[in-house]
Design a protein around this ligand. Sequence first.
Ligand SMILES: [Zn+2]
Ligand SMILES: [Zn+2]
Length: 268
Amino acid sequence: MHGKEQALGETFASIGVTLCVPKAFDSDRFGTFSGEIERQGSMQDAARAKLTAAMATTGMSVGLVSEGAYGAHPVIPFAAAGTELLIWRDDENNYEVVEHWFDANPAYDHAQAKNLQEARQFLDRISFPDTAVIVAPASNREAPCGKGLRSMRDVEHAVKTAIDTCIHSMCFLQTDMRAHMNPRRMETIRQLGKKMADRLVCRCHACGTPGWGLLRKDTGLPCKWCGGPSLLVSHEVHGCVACDETIMKPRSDGQTQADPAHCPMCNP
Ligand SMILES: [Zn+2]
Ligand SMILES: [Zn+2]
């Protein structure tokens, strides 16, 4: 529904995969960013439900799904961040490849405004009109007066309607996070698509299944003082998504000991 195949098609074509989009498929029923339909379960749960439905529609045994989540930055106060997820599933060969991309500088923002002038201040900081905007009454954010707005005239009209229907006479503005309304997000999905394609061409040397790569990061890097396990990553586990084949890889930055600040014994 949101043109993500534009961000993924070329990359997948380069590894011999032709993407086809299921026709008349309502992906919004698995959740919307603007809150009209709440997403059920985790990001991965929602993505898998969407993928299962899409594969049933196309009748194909292989599928690819994209899902994104945006909100407050996990570490930096007042900053935003986003995570993009891609899942590739092959039902015939019974494996699944999961890849993520973390965006520390997304086009994600929101504000309340009492009048048009305040609304304009918000538009000035979000790369409007490249990034489209959603406008709703502040007292009823889940009922937007306008989505995907890219002209000042449309925004003015929606802001007026929102303020008139809000019990506090305020409107709520937010960046539209649908991929075709948010060029930054489309670019992030493109980057993640490359990461997925690079992984799919890596085959397991034991069983030949595509998708060999990072499975998890284990913590417990030895503390410099006591030698006990710290909270830092000690190594990466790379492996096959179908069989039990794995290899341990040291940290890519070469660090072999943890600062005692990250040790639960030395710095409880
Ligand atoms: Zn220690
Ligand atoms: Zn294998």
